[in-house]
Design a protein around this ligand. Structure first.
Ligand code: PGA
Ligand code: ZN
Length: 423
């Protein structure tokens, strides 16, 4: 018999893909099994996200150190979870939420709490594949093992690059591939074709934070045109993340340097370029705008900064039909259990749940297993380039191979017209 009671927690300050500090933790069980996990970090963060605790000590990492969060994990959190059964992920998370005692995890830090939450789940999984463990730990009943459609971010703008493009992410979604492996092949080939096309236009092919190119194109239409060209001959669709809070000011949306009626602009792009989803088309508190836009656009609207993976904000969005999909980022809410809750609430309401990385990432591939465990149907984890992005895509290749004939590929399922309940 294995003993999955938590014996100890050791956290560490490590570096993310931008070279800034983040939290990693190792949880050791009484039987000696260990689990490691690392927490990502965003740049275009939502106003309503759980608190990422940073030291603020300008003498270290310009104030971005996480030594306080590490001390909280090693101290208060370790003490709180010691002796708990790591296999009961919900109980471990409940305990940490209670010990922190704040609504936004601001006392001990969502980065500290999440590192322990994920490392504990990994330790409990032991030799069982993580996706399989997560499915049973949260009592998810399905005979299907769905490999998610990758949303490959091949052109970076907004806060992730100095391309000058306001829209943050231009993504390729291989909806027609027979398998995940083939979807990734198509995305990777398109990425290389796009690189050649940009070079031929005299553009730089250096990449942004998520591995996509950051060409200095003058208009969004130019970006969409060259991307459409690169996709010729492939059965793929396009998707956008506008991260529009970044270009919203004084009640107006500024695209390409001028205030615009973005609903009209987006509707034009959707019909011309066959876009299947737009994430954060509007600002994070523009609830009425979201409702009107979701009713208008013939594609999925995905709430990232709007919902911040928070079951409470999602509940409002479901009620008000503000969107019909949610972006899922573990560190926006700060525990595995609340994240799973957000996904299952969304799915019940006919919303799609897209599992996502952050722009600041690590080699941890936890979200790949999470996407499969929850049959999410879509994952967004950057370009097919840079190892912190490929760690997730490569893990999905391994999962698909391990599942063999039990695996099925989601194709465009997450982008299908929403069921009546979700609209
Ligand atoms: P972030 O970007 O991690 O910088 O927030 C990703 C996104 O907006 O989806
Ligand atoms: Zn986003």
């Amino acid at each position: 018999m294995t003993n999955t009671k938590i014996a100890s927690v050791r956290a560490q300050e490590i570096l993310d893909s931008r070279g800034f500090p983040t939290v990693a933790a190792t949880v050791t069980l009484e039987d000696g099994t260990t689990g490691w996990a690392a927490v990502p970090s965003g740049a275009s963060t939502g106003e309503h996200e759980a608190v990422e605790l940073r030291d603020g000590d300008k003498a270290r990492y310009f104030g971005k150190g996480v030594s306080k969060a590490v001390a909280n994990a090693d101290g208060e959190l370790a003490k709180a979870v010691k002796g708990l059964d790591a296999g009961d992920c919900a109980a471990v998370d409940r305990k940490m939420i209670a010990v922190d005692g704040t609504e936004n995890k601001g006392r001990l830090g969502a980065n500290a709490i999440l590192a322990v939450s994920l490392a504990s789940a990994r330790a409990a999984a032991g030799k069982t594949p993580l996706y399989e463990f997560l499915r049973s730990a949260y009592g998810i009943k399905s005979s299907e093992w769905l490999l998610p459609a990758p949303m490959l971010n091949v052109i970076n703008g907004g806060k992730h690059a100095d391309s000058g493009l306001d829209v943050q992410e231009f993504m390729v979604v291989p909806v027609g591939a027979p398998t995940f492996a083939d979807a990734l092949r198509q995305g990777a080939e398109i990425y290389q074709i796009l690189k050649k096309k940009l070079a031929a236009m005299g553009m730089t092919t250096a990449v942004g934070d998520e591995g996509g190119f950051a060409p200095k194109l003058k208009t969004h239409a130019e970006a969409l045109d060259v991307l459409t060209e690169a996709c010729k001959g492939y059965d793929v669709r396009l998707a956008l993340d506008c991260a529009a809070s970044e270009y919203y000011k004084d009640g107006k949306y500024f695209l390409e340097g001028k205030a615009q009626s973005v609903a009209e602009v987006y509707a034009g792009w959707v019909s011309k370029y066959g876009i299947v989803s737009i994430e954060d088309p509007l600002a994070e508190d523009d609830w009425s705008g979201w409702q009107a836009l979701t009713a208008k656009l013939p594609c999925r609207t995905i709430g990232d900064d709007l919902f911040v993976t928070n079951p409470k904000r999602l509940a409002r969005g479901i009620k008000e039909k503000s969107a019909n999909a949610i972006l899922i980022k573990l560190n926006q809410i700060g525990t595995l259990t609340e994240t799973v809750q957000a996904v299952t609430d969304a799915q019940k309401a006919g919303f799609s749940a897209v599992i996502s990385h952050r722009s600041g990432e690590t080699e941890d591939s936890f979200i790949a297993d999470l996407a499969v465990a929850l049959n999410a149907g879509a994952i967004k984890t950057g370009a097919p380039c840079r190892s912190e992005r490929l760690a997730k895509y490569n893990r999905l290749l391994a999962i698909e191979a391990a599942l063999g004939p039990k695996a099925s590929y989601a194709k465009g399922r997450a982008f299908a017209a929403p069921a009546a309940a979700g609209r």
